[in-house]
Design a protein around this ligand. Structure first.
Ligand SMILES: Nc1ncnc2c1ncn2[C@@H]1O[C@H](COP(=O)(O)OP(=O)(O)OP(=O)(O)O)[C@@H](O)[C@H]1O
Ligand SMILES: [Mg+2]
Length: 259
């Protein structure tokens, strides 16, 4: 079982778009895939078709201490075969800004760890747990950022190539390594105007996705771009396949094998 966290400092860089396509790609390859949706807007849950995105017993309300249990949804993807993804939607929070109502890092960390342990002890042990978050920074939400990083094995940083974006990546990697070693990092550069150009911060796992109006159009319709077999989306599909293969390898290196 591999836990994979998606983070970005800026909103709207494509975390949810990429994580829903990734979850789909993993499920279609036969992996038992779970998604913990920590965005109060529940975008990933809705796009994937979770059946109870507005239930109170969710991942975020559990972290807040409002809910004592979580409800698990199942989304089905039909692509020749039927594959399924288990989703824990955020839950409906009684407060306007749930991120402002979170407890300390240590309380968050112990709740997150019991949530992940609970999922891990599920009768059919998952292969992958993906975690979607809203835009988050150590400066604004230090407790949550720390709790998330300390409970996950792979951190996936999503950024664009706008000026100033790269400094954030370097700082985040340093922040993560200060929390503890033994973590893999993946950087996804999304909405790029060109595929050329390197990234000089010593990270080997870099995946690039071009800015593409076909992606945007599919997303606006509530579709998962990975499932659309349009030649205009082939670069996107290849990037998701590359990300999937990378996570398969990281999971295999940790000895846990395919179902
Ligand atoms: N490669 C791309 N090309 C064109 N549009 C894109 C691309 N990636 C993402 N988008 C668009 O960017 C918007 C934001 O995407 P998404 O909701 O996945 O971002 P996010 O990082 O999850 O945002 P938030 O932090 O608000 O949750 C969507 O309208 C999506 O269609
Ligand atoms: Mg999002």
């Amino acid at each position: 079982m591999l836990t994979v966290l998606f983070l970005s400092q800026k909103g709207g860089v494509g975390k949810t778009l990429i994580i829903t396509s990734l979850a789909t790609a993993l499920a279609m390859r036969g992996y038992r895939t779970w998604l913990i949706d920590l965005d109060p807007n529940a975008t990933a849950s809705k796009v994937l078709g979770a059946n109870n995105p507005s239930n109170v017993n969710g991942s975020l309300t559990y972290l807040m201490g409002v809910a004592r249990t979580v409800k698990v949804s199942t989304a089905f993807i039909e692509d020749g075969n039927i594959s399924s993804i288990r989703i824990i939607p955020p839950g409906t929070s009684p407060v306007a800004n749930p991120y402002g109502a979170l407890p300390s890092a240590s309380v968050l960390s112990s709740r997150l760890s019991s949530l992940i342990r609970g999922i891990g002890s599920y009768r059919a042990r998952p292969n992958f747990i993906l975690i979607d978050t809203p835009a988050l920074s150590p400066a604004l939400s230090p407790g949550l950022t720390t709790a998330l990083i300390s409970n996950t094995e792979v951190i996936t940083l999503v950024a664009t190539d706008e000026p100033g974006g790269m400094g954030w990546l370097g700082n985040m990697l340093e922040y993560a390594s200060a929390i503890g070693p033994g973590r893999e990092s993946i950087i996804i550069l999304n909405r790029l105007s060109s595929i050329k150009g390197g990234l000089d911060i010593g990270v080997k796992n870099v995946i690039k996705i071009l800015r593409n109006s076909a992606i945007e159009a599919a997303w606006r319709l509530g579709s998962i771009p990975y499932l659309i077999k349009d030649p205009g989306l082939s670069q996107f599909r290849r990037a998701i396949d590359e990300l999937t293969a990378l996570l398969e390898r990281l999971n295999a290196e940790r000895v846990w094998a395919r179902p």
